[in-house]
Design a protein around this ligand. Sequence first.
Ligand SMILES: Nc1ncnc2c1ncn2[C@@H]1O[C@H](COP(=O)(O)OP(=O)(O)OP(=O)(O)O)[C@@H](O)[C@H]1O
Ligand SMILES: [Mg+2]
Length: 184
Amino acid sequence: MNELSLFVLELAENSAEAGALLVKAEVRSAPESVEITVTDDGEGMTAEQSRDAVNTGYTTKSGRRGRGLPLIKAAAEKTGGGLSLSSRAGKGTKVRVRFIKNEYCPPMGDINSVIRILAICHSNMDFRFEIEQSGKRMTFDTRVIKERIAPAKISSGGVSSWIREYLNEQTEFIFGGAANEITC
Ligand SMILES: Nc1ncnc2c1ncn2[C@@H]1O[C@H](COP(=O)(O)OP(=O)(O)OP(=O)(O)O)[C@@H](O)[C@H]1O
Ligand SMILES: [Mg+2]
């Protein structure tokens, strides 16, 4: 796991696994740093769980290794940045990761693919993606897309098939390759 886009995926997967119905992922690239913030309305954590969550080996999921958050934290700290987590049981979770742009900062990777994976693998979850670089902002919101697509299409083909179809047509247009231009 050595791309920022994969960190976003890992954080959004945690949100989906926490039963989130709505996940907001923000990637902000400034001249000196890149900040990733993932906010969800999932089951949240108690104060004690929030402290434990970033420790290697802590997991509440069967058969898992509890490595996602510690790996992301270590990668951010290697650049001189860090990870902060705030959560409330029953309310949701916000994870903020800051990377300083230097030789230790991982490349951006493929954000388009992350959006596709989330849309296809978690078709019952809505998400909003915001990417900002040099004041230029791009957004992708599954709720907006659903509003624009006839409900008939959703019931006939299933959510994941229509969203895949939509993404195949639109992501290149929406992002125009610019998302991949965010580099460290
Ligand atoms: N968004 C979230 N909402 C609620 N709990 C979370 C969230 N993110 C992490 N957690 C809690 O923190 C624990 C550790 O997360 P982490 O990603 O490090 O490991 P994991 O998801 O359990 O396993 P894996 O190694 O496959 O990522 C989770 O098991 C879960 O209890
Ligand atoms: Mg995880």
